[in-house]
Design a protein around this ligand. Sequence first.
Ligand code: HMG
Ligand code: MG
Length: 303
Amino acid sequence: MKLPASVHIKEVGPRDGLQNETRIVETADKIQWLNLLSSTGLSYIEVSSFVHPKWIPALADASNVFAGIERKEGVTYAALVPNMNGLERALAVNADEINIFLSASETHNQKNINKSISQALEAVKEVTQQSLFAGKKVRGYVSTVFGCPYEGNVKTSAVEHLCEELFSYGIYEVSLGDTIGVANPLQVEQVLERLLKKFDSSLFAMHFHNTYGMALANVLKSLEAGITTFDSACGGLGGCPYAPGASGNVATNDLVHMLHQMGVQTNTNEEKLMQASRFIQDKLEIQLSSHVYRAEQHKTMSR
Ligand code: HMG
Ligand code: MG
C-alpha cells in the first residue's frame, strides 16, 4: 500500500466535540483546552460555531472563546457558520477561516438548518462570496454522504452535484461527512472512485464519525484513494444533535497514532494530545472513547 509522507489533520473537537455534550464546559476551560490543543502541533482547529444558541446552547459563547484564545502562529482558527448572521458574528471576532455546511439529504438538511437543500445552497453562496470579500478562505462540509438518519441511503450523484456547486462558489475544500458513522470501507472506496473521476483528491477532506467503529478503516481506504486531509476530534468527542444515534468523530489520538505507527507524519505530539484529552475529560466528567487515550491511561495507572 502506498501511503503519503504526511497527512493534514483538522481538529474539530472544540466544535463538533462539544456541540452534543449535555454538560456545558465553562468558557475559560474551553479557552485553556484550545490553547493546549494549539500546543500539540495541530495546525487547524475549528474553534466553535456561530449557530443559533437556542439550538446549540453548548457553543453559545463562541465569540468569547474566540476573543480569549491565544492565537499561535501557523495555526488556523476556523468557525462553523450557517448563514449571514453567523458570518457577521464570526467576522466580528476575526475567525481565520469560515466553514459552511449542508447535507446531501433533504430531511437532515431541513432538520439541521431549517432550509431545503436549494435554499441552503443560496445561503452558502452568499456567505462564501462575503467571506471571500472579507479575505477569508471558505471550507464546506457536505453531511450525510454515506447515509442519512431519516432517509437511509444517499445517492452519490447528489453529493457530486453539491460538490460541483460548492467548488464553483470558490470553496477550496469539501469535507465529506459520515455524519452518523455508518460508512464502510467498500462504500468509501466506491464514493471516492466516483468523485475523484471528476475532482482532484486534494480538494477533499474526510470527516468520519465512529459509531460502528469503522472510522479508522475508512481513513485507510481514503488514504489509499489519495486523500490526505482528515477531520478528527480530541479524545473521540463529537456528534450532531440532529442526527439521532450519531456518536463521536474519529479520535485525533487514534488517527495520529495509527498514522505515526505507519510512518506517516502529522506534526502532532502524542503526549501533548494526551494532556489536552485528560484536561477535557476532567471538565466533561465522561470517559473519552479514544482507544489510544484509554490504553495510555491504563499504562500510566498500572505503573
Ligand atoms: P432559523 O430559525 O431558520 O433562522 O434557524 P432564521 O433566519 O429564520 O432566524 C430566526 C431567528 O434566529 C432570528 O432571530 C435570527 O436573528 C436568529 P429573531 O429575529 O427571531 O430574534 N438567527 C441567529 N442567531 C444567532 N446565530 C445565527 C442566527 N441565524 C438566525 N447564525 C439556523 C436557522 C441555521 C440558525 C438554525 O437552524 C441553527 O442554528 N441550527 C443549528 C445547526 C447546527 O449547529 N447543527 C450542528 C452542526 S452541523 C454538523 O454537526 C455536521 C458536521 O459536523 C459534518 C458531519 O458530521 O457530517 C459539520
Ligand atoms: Mg460531524
